[in-house]
Write a protein of this length. Structure first.
Length: 298
């Protein structure tokens, strides 16, 4: 059964299908001109009895014509079957839709990425070469404006770089994704992405990362699916004791946009009511100054 992390990463690509094209460009893949990226059935079986089902199938379209098929596979560990099934995925999709096809493998461990990058020998003179995205070549999203422009990529960046040896960089990537998730999308997706980031950070993450996030954002990890959506309080401000957590996120957002926030402003935000915090959240993304973002609180 697919793991939670597998399903979360897959959902990031489903929610923003053009992320696959953007990441292929990061891998120096030359993509054909296209107007749209569309998800289609991931059933890659042919008329033979064997069943082949990829995680996700996307098509780049140019004026309604399919110009490239992209098979996305989330691979969290080595699998001896994949060197045999991946070429079948590619061949079946190419034959069915009469267009070029490539395979994008996404993994969260560099050892698995090295395994997946190995050319697959199909026989004399023939090889299959997957394109592989892992911690070493996933874009680092550390700027809030970039996270807001592509939230799914920001969340993926936080997951991929959670074990980065740079103890300052990993919390910065994670906190940028967290702030963008809390402030920039609808409540349902906010809860999902916040939970996903927090859960992924507690799996195999260095203790220094956990400590840094607690210090910078006031997070208290309560897994068991983030203690069944503890992040709902940060997003909606309706759960007792969670308004303080949302205030901390707003303070972090203010600091990311306008620089260090004074003790006086921190105190004012932490003592503000839910309505005031909501008002700041609405203004902070478009305000040109800290004073404009705070409004009447100044």
């Amino acid at each position: 059964m697919p793991s939670y992390l597998h399903e979360l990463i897959l959902l990031l690509f489903r929610n923003r299908s053009d992320s696959a094209a953007e990441l292929l460009r990061e891998l120096d893949v030359s993509l054909p001109e296209h107007d749209e990226v569309r998800a289609e059935s991931s059933d890659l079986s042919n008329l033979q009895p064997a069943e082949y089902r990829a995680d996700l199938v996307l098509f780049l379209l140019h004026q309604t014509r399919k110009v490239l098929g992209v098979i996305v596979e989330i691979q969290l560990g080595p699998d001896d079957d994949k060197p045999y099934t991946w070429p079948a995925y590619i061949a079946n999709l190419r034959a069915r839709h009469r267009c070029p096809v490539c395979l994008l493998v996404v993994t969260v461990k560099e050892a698995v990425a090295r395994w997946a990058r190995r050319p697959i020998d199909l026989g004399p003179g023939s090889q299959c070469q997957p394109w592989v995205l892992g911690p070493s070549n996933t874009p680092l999203i550390t700027e809030l404006r970039n996270a807001q422009a592509n939230l799914e990529l920001a969340v993926l960046s936080a997951i991929e770089h959670r074990q980065n040896i740079d103890i300052q960089l990993a919390p910065r990537v994670a906190s940028t994704a967290i702030v963008a998730s809390a402030a920039a999308v609808d409540a349902e997706r906010s809860r999902l992405y916040l939970d996903g980031i927090l859960i992924s950070l507690t799996e195999d993450a260095p203790m220094s990362l956990e400590a840094a996030l607690k210090n910078s954002l006031g997070f208290e990890y309560q897994s068991d699916f983030a203690r069944r959506y503890i992040t709902q309080g940060w997003v909606e401000g309706k759960v007792e004791g969670k308004a303080e957590g949302r205030a901390e996120i707003i303070l972090k957002l203010l600091a990311l946009r306008f620089g260090p926030v004074s003790e006086a402003v921190q105190t004012a935000v932490r003592s503000a009511g839910v309505a005031q915090i909501d008002a700041i959240a609405e203004r902070v993304l478009t305000a040109h100054s800290l004073e404009e973002a705070l409004g009447s609180m100044c």
